[in-house]
Ligand binder design. Structure first.
Ligand SMILES: NC(=O)C1=CN([C@@H]2O[C@H](COP(=O)(O)OP(=O)(O)OC[C@H]3O[C@@H](n4cnc5c(N)ncnc54)[C@H](OP(=O)(O)O)[C@@H]3O)[C@@H](O)[C@H]2O)C=CC1
Ligand SMILES: O=C(O)C1=N[C@H](C(=O)O)C[C@H](O)C1
Length: 278
């Protein structure tokens, strides 16, 4: 540990399921300083972030919906290292949040999913021009990175693969960002998967799931009782090879979030995926 001033961290989506975990993780990290907790939820305005997440002491950081003011405040603090905004908000809000952060020179660590490929390309251009690091991480858990690596290995030997992702029923976007990224990674090897053997008819629309650009089908399940789960199923004559990751607690994402906050100062452009910074 160096004696450098702690990294100022803004948590956006602070009152949400992920935002609360991030507040706890940042509060426990001596090299990080929670300076702002943003959330649009009316019921939590002005509540202390420490109280919100059940800490024994207040953090003296009130929940506010004033993102722009907080970005300006953190950007104006020349005594501290450049600030980082961790975003776990909503697919409809994340693009504007990231544009705003970059405009203030605040580095975004983005966990929110649902950005379109066009939006990601646009943010990449914006970050490049501003020479500002920006991390978009569809899944912060190490288990998913390992699952994706295993899927890439298996893809050398199997020609047929489909993905099932299963999440809690409060999730706004489908398919999950993790499933989209997994299909992209498999697609990048340039191998044609899932050659049709019969002409298929969907008797009910959507019966065969969504078709990712890479020709890989993704099936999305939404149920109370689930958190976040993914199966990648490979098939070949006489055998099935199934890779599965299960989230049992959202604390599993925190080592990845803290790593991203600490590493982003080394970046000058947009990087997509946790595997790129491990
Ligand atoms: N990358 C990863 O590893 C992970 C990514 N995620 C993703 O993170 C995102 C958030 O997930 P989760 O925490 O479960 O969701 P929640 O709905 O529990 O939390 C989101 C919070 O953000 C608030 N919010 C909505 N819009 C804004 C805005 N414009 N500015 C500030 N706050 C806002 C919401 O308020 P209100 O409820 O009032 O709308 C809510 O309090 C999702 O996209 C999810 O897919 C989730 C887990 C892991
Ligand atoms: O909404 C969630 O919960 C999750 N969202 C991310 C996704 O869309 O992949 C990551 C994880 O699956 C949890």
């Amino acid at each position: 540990m160096t004696n450098q001033a702690p990294i100022p961290v803004i948590v956006n989506g602070a009152a949400g399921k992920m935002g609360r975990e991030v507040i706890k993780a940042v509060a426990q990290a001596p090299d990080l300083n929670l300076v702002a907790a943003i959330d649009t939820s009316p019921e939590h305005q002005d509540q202390d972030a420490g109280e919100l997440v059940g800490l024994s002491e207040p953090l003296e950081v009130p929940i506010t919906n004033q993102l722009e003011s907080m970005l300006g405040y953190v950007a104006g603090d020349r005594q501290s290292p450049p600030g980082v905004m961790v975003d776990f908000t909503h697919p409809d809000a994340v693009y504007d949040n990231v544009r705003s952060a970059i405009a203030y020179g605040i580095r975004p660590v983005v966990g929110t999913t649902g950005l379109s490929p066009e939006q990601i390309n646009d943010l990449a251009d914006f970050a490049e021009k501003a020479s500002t690091g920006c991390l978009i991480i569809p899944n912060f858990s190490i288990g998913v990175v390992l699952l994706q690596q295993a899927a890439l290995t298996a893809s050398q030997y199997f020609d047929h693969v489909e993905i099932i992702e299963l999440h809690h029923n409060q999730k706004a976007d489908a398919p999950s960002g993790t499933a989209i990224q997994t299909a992209q990674l498999l697609g990048e090897i340039g191998k044609p998967f899932n050659a049709a053997v019969v002409e298929e008819t969907e008797k009910l629309p959507g019966a065969r799931g969504s078709l990712a650009a890479e020709g890989i089908r993704i099936h999305s399940v939404r149920l109370p009782g689930l958190i976040a789960h993914q199966e990648v199923i490979f098939g070949a004559p006489g055998q099935i090879y199934t890779l599965r990751h299960d989230t049992s607690d959202r604390s599993c994402y925190m080592p990845g979030v803290l790593l991203a906050i600490r590493k982003i100062s080394q970046l000058k452009s947009l990087v997509y995926g946790l595997e790129k910074i491990l």
